[in-house]
Each structure stands twice: as C-alpha cells, then as structure tokens.
Design a protein around this ligand. Structure first.
Ligand code: GLC
Length: 420
C-alpha cells in the first residue's frame, strides 16, 4: 500500500561521513513544491554527507493525511520527515518528535501564532515552513479591456466574470470561464467554503466557545451564491477541482478570476507563461451587507516522526529546510510566503512578490479553521462541512437542507456541544 501511494523520486547516495544515514522526507507536489523541497533537501545532503530519499504522498491534503495516519499508526519507520498541514499538529502531534531541543531557539524567528499552532502540550511538534492564505488572482489585462474594477464583493465578481466570459467567448475563446476555485470534496473545499461563509458574516462553523454556528441564514446565502456559479461562471468540472486543476485553467489563459494560494503567483509570472504580466492579486471579495473580506489561513510545516531511526539527522534537515536562507530562496523563486517575520521586510522578496507586502494584513488576519476548539475531531468536522458544501454545489441538497443536516452531524461528533 505504501509503495503504491508514493513514488521514489531520487536517492542521493553520499557516504562521505562514517555516520551517514538515509533520511526519507515526504513533501507535497502541488505546483513547484516538490522541486523546491527536493532542491533544498539535496543541498542539505551534500552539506552533511547524509543520503536522502524523497517520497511524494498524494497532493490532495485529505488523502495525504489519511496516508500519514496509516503509516504513523503502524509505527512505520519509512518516513523520517513529514510535511504537515497547519491543521494537523493537533491530530498528529502524539506521533511527532519534540523539536524544541534541536531548534535551540530558532523557533523565536517564526510567527508566534504559527509556533503556538504547532505546539502541543508544551512540545514543538513541527517547524513552520511556509504560510498560506486564500487569495484572489485576476487577469488585469481583461479587467482593463472590459473597463471592470477589481471586485470587492462577490456580487461584483460574479457580474464582472459574466461580462468578460461572455465577451471573450463572443470573440472566439469558447473555453473562457469567469471563476475557478477548489470545489472537490476535500479539505480545499472546506477552505473555500469557510471563506464564503465568513465573508457573508456567517461565522466559523464551530465558534471558539464550542457553539455550532453553521446552520444560519448568512451561511445559507453564502452557499447559495457559490452554487449559482457552477455551470455559469465556473465550469461544472470545478466540483472536482483541487488547487492544481483550477490553476491549470487560469494558467492556460482560460479564466478571469481564480481563488488559490500564493504559490500560483510565481508560476503565473514564470518565463513562458501565457499570462505573465497580466495577473494581479487581491483580497477575496466580501459578501454584501454585513460582509467582510475573509481568507482562510493555510500553511505547511516540517516534522519528524517519532518512529524515525535517525531523529537527530532528521531534525537537522528540518531546521535547514525551514531556515531563513532556504525560506528566502523559496519566496524569491517560488512565491512561498515565509514564516519568519523579518523576511517580510526583505526588499528582494517584496519586489518579487508585491502581494506579500501589499496584502500583509490578509496573512496576519487570516481566518484559522476551527482546529483549536474541535481538537482531534477537526478532520471529522471538516469532512462533514465539505460534504455539505459539495452537496449544495452539486444540487444534491438545498443549502438549508445541507446545513441543517450538518448541524445534526456536528452535534453528534461533539457529543452535544462538548468538544473536549
Ligand atoms: C494548502 C494549505 C493547507 C490546506 C490545503 C487545502 O496546502 O497550506 O493549509 O489545508 O491547501 O487543500
């Protein structure tokens, strides 16, 4: 099963050091993630004389979690270092090594909130690697051509997307779509749907005090607005899109707007990209009335499995990969947002990624998923939430029906409102 799910990408054999060991690292392959992970890990292997095995778990965050849970509960030694989503320290923390003794204070450079997120009962179970927040990517050339401003509400986005989609199709681009996003039934849909709900002032699914708030009229409006996009300004296939499928459409020049994470910027601006110089980045729109701008907080860390046979070398790799030097390189060439506060003052980084400075507040105020309050039950909560959203988007249920059912399921999962 393990080898069916992962691809062995490269083994750097280097036996310079007498105590050289082989460290296996699992990093995701979304966009350029794998290339950057591999590059930095290989640099570490050359520096230290250790050998390396790069494994690629599935890109889909929910499938990756399932694989990690399977390996860790089987006490597998096959992965030493794991890429860990910002929502997983609570779920996986007991399987991960405390990195504090190895970090020797390096953690102080990182955003305090990220370190708190990665700490579980006083143990630092993962080192922050890059930060994510949901962003709106738009085609600045097309907005200009049609005299449209950057939308600040979902209503404006919908109207602009429609105008430009119709106009471009009439001019011969039959494949043009207004808006692409992540609508597959997985964690990425939970991120999108949380943004819709919060931007309509419909709460955060489960509030910090444990109250299940999702079954409310503002959340209904939010899901209805998104459902109306499907088959209209968004292809029906969006119901099966994760990050890379939506980027594929935008990158090919066939979408006006896209919701995605920062990594999409460097690829849009890459040499040879057909949309190079034609893309802008903005905060995601707000709902009408009491709405506000909302971006889901994402991000990734690196952790060491408690079952690693080589904890010291594995921790050394993690500290190298998350260091300021490597984070700067990743920001410059891959538009991965650093987790080290000082790097947001680095002129080269800000020049390569203007949005990192202009939208700094979007990152610092990004909306956390309700992991703290739901604890080890977060994945179940999210699973029910993305299914409710998917049922609504695919017209299997009305928003009212889906949210009423979701509320019942969450009550059951929480044992009537007590999450702990
Ligand atoms: C990105 C984010 C992560 C989120 C995932 C959803 O990988 O970093 O936090 O859960 O996307 O697809």
């Amino acid at each position: 099963m393990f080898f069916a799910c992962v691809a062995l990408l490269g083994i750097v054999a280097n036996t310079r050091a007498a105590d050289a060991v082989t460290i296996s690292i699992a990093c995701s392959g979304v966009g350029q993630e794998l290339e950057f992970c591999k590059g930095a890990a290989e640099a570490w292997a050359r520096k230290t004389g250790h050998a390396l095995k790069i494994v690629t778990p599935p890109n889909d965050a929910s499938e990756r979690l399932a694989l990690y849970q399977q390996l860790l509960s089987a006490r597998s030694e096959k992965i030493d270092v794991l890429q860990v989503d910002v929502i997983w320290p609570g779920l996986l923390g007991s399987y991960l090594l405390d990195l504090r003794p190895y970090a020797k204070g390096a953690e102080a450079q990182h955003f305090a909130g990220f370190i708190a997120n990665n700490s579980s009962q006083g143990r630092l179970v993962a080192m922050p690697w890059f930060a994510n927040a949901g962003l709106l990517f738009y085609r600045s050339d097309l907005l200009q051509k049609y005299g449209q401003p950057v939308p600040t509400t979902w209503g404006e986005l919908t109207a602009s997307a429609r105008t430009i989609q119709d106009g471009e199709r009439a001019l011969g681009n039959e494949r043009m779509w207004g808006y692409v996003w992540q609508g597959r039934a997985y964690e990425g849909l939970s991120c999108n749907a949380l943004e819709w709900v919060a931007s309509h002032d419909g709460g955060a699914i489960v509030e910090a005090d444990g109250r299940i708030s999702i079954n409310n009229p503002r959340a209904v409006l939010a899901l209805q607005a998104a459902s109306a996009w499907v088959g209209s300004i968004s292809p029906t296939a969006v119901l099966n899109y994760a990050e890379e499928e939506s980027r594929g459409v935008f990158q090919a020049g066939n979408a006006v707007f896209m919701r995605n994470w920062p990594y999409a910027w460097a690829l849009a601006q890459a040499e040879g990209s057909v949309i190079r110089g034609k893309v802008g980045v903005a905060v995601l729109p707000k709902g009408g009335g009491a709405g506000r701008h909302a971006a889901t907080l994402g991000g990734e860390s690196l952790a060491v499995s408690k079952y690693s046979q080589h904890p010291a070398a594995a921790a050394d790799l993690v500290l190298y990969m998350t260091s300021a030097g490597v984070q700067k390189d990743r920001a410059l060439r891959g538009s991965f947002n650093p987790t080290i506060a000082a790097l947001y003052q680095d002129a080269e980084i800000l020049q390569a990624n203007p949005f990192m400075g202009e939208l700094l507040a979007t990152f610092t105020n990004a909306l956390a998923r309700p992991t703290t309050v739901t604890g080890t039950r977060y994945n179940q909560v999210s699973h029910h939430f993305w299914n409710a959203a998917h049922d609504t988007l695919s017209a299997k249920a009305t928003a009212e029906q889906a949210l009423a059912r979701l509320e019942q399921s969450l009550k059951r999962i929480s044992r009537r409102g007590t999450w702990r």
